[in-house]
Design a protein around this ligand. Sequence first.
Ligand code: KIV
Ligand code: ZN
Length: 504
Amino acid sequence: MNGNLVKIFDTTLRDGEQSPGASMNTEEKIQIALQLQKLGVDIIEAGFAAASPGDFDAIRRISEQVDKSIVCSLARCLEKDIKAAADSILPARNKRIHIFLATSPIHMEYKLKMKPSEVLKKAEESVRYAKSLIGDVEFSCEDAGRSEISFLKEVLDAVINAGAQTLNIPDTVGYRLPNEIGDRIKELSLFVKGRAVISVHNHNDLGLAVANSLAAVENGARQVECTINGLGERAGNAALEEIVMAIKTRQDIFSPLYTNINTKEIYPTSKLVSLITGIEPQPNKAIVGKNAFAHESGIHQDGVLKNKETYEIIQPGDIGLDNNNLVLGKHSGRHAFKDRLFSLGYTLKDDELNEAFEKFKILADQKKEIFDDDLRALVAEEITKIPQIFELVTLQLSDCNPGGVPNAAITIKHHDKLITEAAIGNGTMDAVFKVIDRVCGVGGELKDYKVDAVSQGKDALAKVIVKVAFDGGKPIIGHGLNVDTMYATAQAYIGALNSYMSMK
Ligand code: KIV
Ligand code: ZN
């Protein structure tokens, strides 16, 4: 065991996906997992296999493609969950099962309806069973933040004896303060005495998840569970980028501790996650927010011009944010396009590059200047593409005047057949959704709609994200990207439908 390595366990694809509205399809999860591996994450929690066949399939496909990071699958202390978790990660080169059971009085009494002695027995049996299937087992005492420390010690002892090598101490409801977490982790580390790695998993209900994680690291935790952009249940989990940059920037405190993260991949990873989930970090978010490196006041600008360190403790380049922002346009060739993508951290396969270049050319005809964020959005669309069961070909809209009858005419390709239809609606957007429903024979219910300008200028690309529920099911996310907002809207709605059809 390397005592100075702080392992980064990323749970964007599991706890992060539990953020309201952050559901992702399998292709999107695979691309995020591959980017997390590039980032240098030690362990990727790919999902909760028993939750649904879709989750199981996504973990399995991630396991087939990720070959450096450990792929981890979550399970409750139930034999069927543990078996599903083990099966889902079977193809992975490095694999781990993560099982959890609540240990706090309130969870044991009201949620589990189990006595502490039963919890203890179940935890031990489950770890033993998991260990018979996969060598690397992690155990989490859910709601450890509100559990009695003496009971935590009993449980930890039992699961270490059953074979767990990582003991996770989650502050599930984000209740603790940094000094309390520090004290508890210190006590548990002394108790465990190097028999297993102590891990922390802090939620952000009081805005303390990162501070609590750092306090834990200072007191002996050597694994931190976190998510990109701090996504996660309720107020989220501890943000990976903040923990990693704090350890790197404050080596005067943390040395000789280090992480395996390649910090130059932080910005590309954050961007990919926000493009896929449609959840942008708040502008003033540390490290990856839009304003994290923006100096508005004259005094600050003057200082930074004289010496960057007057007001910057981190350089944008340290997190892979290239301020050079070289602009491409319609005269830029394939070579310049490929070079720029490469410097943004993308290496596309030949067929992906060809398609992305085609799209770039179309875009360059519509838009004078193409910025890095346009390229990132374009590539994200390309690499997370799902089978186009229905494909938008043309869209015509008319009469959006007050008192008029808005209508939309559309042509959609379906199994090589072109279908053209028209519909009227209460507004242009309503007409677009109605005509798509009519052509595709579905009745989607729009749950959320969001449009953002990808970069600057009147001709900026519109990035539309919709969440649509089909057949009364869980909302499915769809993306659209075009200089025309209504066209991007139609693409997004059809995208959600395609995602739904491929999941089915
Ligand atoms: O917050 C929590 O307790 C969890 C566990 C499943 C680790 O997410
Ligand atoms: Zn959690």
